[in-house]
Write a protein that binds this ligand. Structure first.
Ligand code: PYC
Length: 341
């Protein structure tokens, strides 16, 4: 029998998101079946769903996001019913190689898609993710401000060795995903689309080198995003190039990457609380970011070094719906589960 999934496609500053709104796994069941943790631990319940998806639904993930229905540049998003009815929904983001903790551009795309569907009006909503509940303030049909999960600098002055050229020194930080952040070395050339092959070569080597040298997060987490910085065009504080886990680069300034960036700036004393930071992407699209320190009542996130300032980043950006489609999965289709990598 043909399986059908309705998806809403959007892009956020050029970076695409495919939101699955109908069809696929029974998430109400996956949220409860086999779950033994505390009922009100929303992030843990969504991580439980991620494990079930990894165990039983890899074909669907690959089929939705890989060729021939999509490509490695896309981020997918499963729309879930909320665990806490006070929140608008849950969302689990994925890409060509697996699942993400959070996704900033994807959350902006989610809100534009829900506005398009008439499921969200201007206002502020809780969105449940596997790394915590984020706040999303829909400002109009396209613009949203995200109050992201607490973010922090984990280690600074980390040297990542490269073959045949000087090591790159930078920060390891959490912004809802793990990042290595560094000033782009001069020999990398400019952060421009014309220089993509060189930027991809360098960042892929940095990603592989961290893996080979055991450079990880505090619990051995893979540092799967690499973010290089250079001066921005007028009006932007900085321009970035972000390599994603599956080898694609982010066309947007990367919401979790910009969160990690403001956490590093805060920890280095280079950005005051409430001060804005305009982050430009390699395509020229922009997010406006700022942060607030956690309140005394808020717990520092797991893995945050003792004494390190953890902050709550806000990211504002725009997304546009660009497709409203039904995907078809035919059991007789040899590439039903995508073209194998
Ligand atoms: O915007 O957080 C983000 C993101 C992560 C991977 C691609 N985009």
């Amino acid at each position: 029998m043909l399986e059908r999934l309705r998806v809403i496609d959007s892009h956020t500053g050029g970076e695409p998101t495919r939101l699955v709104i109908d069809g696929g796994p029974d998430f109400q069941r996956l949220l409860t079946e086999g779950y033994v943790g505390p009922a009100d631990d929303i992030a843990q319940r969504l991580r439980h769903v991620v494990r079930a998806l990894e165990r039983d639904h890899e074909d669907l993930r690959r089929g939705i996001i890989c060729e021939p229905r999509s490509s490695e540049h896309w981020v997918g998003a499963w729309l879930l019913p909320p665990v806490d009815p006070a929140n608008l929904c849950g969302v689990i983001f994925f890409n060509n190689v697996g699942y993400l903790g959070m996704c900033g551009h994807g959350t902006l795309g989610l809100m534009a898609s829900l506005a398009y569907l008439g499921r969200a009006n201007v206002g502020t909503y809780g969105i449940e993710t596997p790394v915590g509940v984020v706040q999303a303030e829909l400002r109009d049909a396209h613009h949203t401000t995200i109050g992201n999960v607490p973010s922090f600098l984990y280690r600074s002055d980390v040297s990542v060795p490269l073959v045949d050229r000087a090591s790159v020194v930078g920060d390891l930080a959490w912004g809802g995903n793990w990042f290595f952040l560094a000033q782009a070395p001069a020999e990398a050339g400019p952060l421009t689309l014309a220089n993509l092959p060189g930027l991809l070569r360098l960042t892929l080597e940095l990603q592989a080198s961290m893996e080979a040298h055991g450079i990880t997060g505090p619990q051995g987490e893979r540092i799967d995003h690499v973010e290089l910085f250079a001066a921005g065009e007028p009006g932007a504080d900085s321009r970035n190039f972000v390599l994603c886990p599956g080898g694609a680069y982010d066309r947007s300034p990367c919401g979790t990457g910009t969160s990690a960036k403001v956490a590093c700036l805060a920890a280095h004393g280079k950005l005051a609380s409430g001060q804005t930071w305009v982050q430009e992407s390699i395509t020229g699209s922009r997010f406006t970011a700022s942060y607030q320190p956690l309140t005394a009542a808020e717990k520092a996130p797991a893995g945050c070094p003792v004494g390190m300032l953890a902050v709550r980043p806000s990211i504002t950006g725009a997304a546009h719906v660009c497709g409203d489609t039904t995907l078809i999965f035919d059991p007789q289709d040899p590439f039903r589960a995508g073209i194998p990598a």
